[in-house]
Design a protein around this ligand. Structure first.
Ligand code: SDX
Length: 414
């Protein structure tokens, strides 16, 4: 791979690094030493072949295929294969992945017992983070991942287990907190159908399965977002996949990241009706409060996942008698865009996924778990990419404390 640096004070012109074309945000003066880039918005720390984002144009591609085409035509399992193998699978290859995932849906009895020990009012993302971590105790491969062929093979086996088991963890934690019996996975179902089967104890309609499948496709990967970066930092120490996924789940939980979808639904519930949308939103804007589900570190145009989800949300809201939710969302969007579009603030993936998950019958406090269920595939893919070309990730901090300070005996301190 040729290394290309953006030389100082040039007009922003596209430079090509391997397969990606990156247009610098603005002319930067590149000092000889370390660059202070708070939030790392202008720093590239890795290469990836999985997802490409053009934030200015609102483009997202998985291995070069536009997200809209995948949402309309693909399945989550096919998307997982695409991300992990950087090519669409043949029928035999897809059948092979699907069977391998189904064979790993089940979780150890000890994990079911652990779920029984959880408080019924536990925060679902705390429960998921704990359970993902606990899976390591029952996987003999847990510490076998590494940078050589055997280590990469072990990381791929663990990735399969994590993507396959996460739905079982989430659904059965929800069963437990409702005082309902566990529902074991059905290994003849695909991931979306299997999740809704375990969650509700009955086979979902085709439309519901497809709706969840589309959400899983849309949330699978998204460059070096905070949780993916966190996972890479962990695996780059040659720790293990379970530790990396535990890091990622904990990072995704934050309301500035994956937790926003729950906050959007809480906002819609708080507004309550269409006639209150304007006063609620304008009040938040006047108080300079964040409107959850809007804005993005990379997109300064419409998030292409929100574009698709908006269309889908309207359809599923209509079909399920929740059109008021969609209409309120659209009303919020119109007011925020009028006030903030010129600042690059548009709906992001979380805004319309809230209505969609609600219409799928998912409880609000499970929305971020749904995000994690899908992004587990992207996180694992990035960890494997990191292992394939690893370097410990260790940035610097700018020291702003004192120097040459004396050690003062306790008796002399004030
Ligand atoms: C996800 O990175 C990814 O790819 C993430 C993700 C993925 O797939 O992994 O896409 C998923 O996390 C989507 C984002 C979900 N988060 C939210 O919806 C929370 C609300 N959004 C904001 O917190 C914010 O937009 C961020 C955190 C997402 C991005 O913030 P930045 O890039 O740090 O930008 P900023 O906070 O510096 O904002 C710039 C300006 C500020 O105004 P000024 O101080 O310049 O006057 O825009 C304003 C902000 O106040 N602004 C908003 C806003 N987001 C930014 N104002 C109102 N509502 C908002 N949502």
């Amino acid at each position: 791979m040729n290394s290309t640096t953006v030389s100082a004070n040039i007009t922003p012109t596209p430079v090509t690094i391997s397969t990606m074309t990156i247009t610098p945000a603005a002319p930067v003066s590149v000092p000889s030493g370390p660059i202070f880039d708070k939030g790392l918005a202008n720093t590239i720390v890795a290469e990836t072949q999985m997802s490409f984002i053009d934030g200015g144009k609102g483009v997202l591609e998985y291995v070069g295929i536009e997200i809209d085409a995948l949402a309309r035509n693909s399945t989550f399992e096919e998307t997982v294969y695409l991300l992990w193998n950087t090519k669409l699978p043949t029928k035999a290859e897809l059948d092979g992945l699907r069977s391998a995932l189904q064979a790993e849906y089940e979780i150890p009895d000890a994990i079911y017992d652990m779920i029984k020990s959880f408080p019924r009012d536990a925060v679902p993302m705390h429960a998921l983070r704990t359970l993902v971590s606990a899976l390591a105790l029952h996987d003999l491969d847990a510490d076998a991942c590494g940078t050589d062929a055997a280590g990469l093979a072990a990381a791929k086996r663990t990735s399969l287990r994590l993507v396959a088991k996460t739905p079982t963890l989430i659904a059965n934690f929800d069963r437990h907190r409702q005082g309902k019996a566990f529902v074991r996975p059905n290994t003849s179902f695909d991931i979306a159908t299997n999740f809704l089967w375990m969650l509700n104890g009955e086979k979902p309609t085709e439309a519901m399965s497809r709706g969840l499948d589309i959400c899983l496709i849309l949330h699978a990967d998204h460059g070096l977002n905070a949780s993916t970066f966190a996972a890479r930092v962990t695996i780059a120490t040659l720790s293990d996949m379970y530790s990396a996924m535990t890091t990622a789940v904990g990072t995704l939980k934050g309301p500035l990241h994956g937790g926003a979808n729950e906050e959007v639904m809480i906002m819609l519930d708080e507004i309550g009706s269409m006639d209150k949308v304007e006063s609620f939103v304008k009040g938040k804007l006047e108080r300079k409060e964040l409107i959850m589900g809007f804005g993005h570190r990379v997109y300064k145009a419409y998030d292409p996942r929100a574009t698709y989800l908006k269309t889908f949300a309207k359809q599923i809201a209509t079909d399920t008698g929740n059109l008021n939710l969609f209409n309120m969302s659209q009303g919020i969007e119109e007011i925020v865009l009028a006030a903030k579009a010129d600042k690059g603030i548009f709906p992001n993936v979380d805004f319309y996924s809230a209505t969609t998950y609600h219409c799928l019958g998912i409880k609000t406090d499970l929305f971020t778990c749904m995000f994690a269920m899908s992004r587990m595939s992207g996180w694992c893919g990035h960890c494997i990419e990191q292992l394939q070309d690893n370097r410990l990730i260790r940035p610097q901090a700018k020291y702003t404390g004192p120097h040459a300070a004396p050690y003062v005996a306790t008796a002399d301190r004030r």
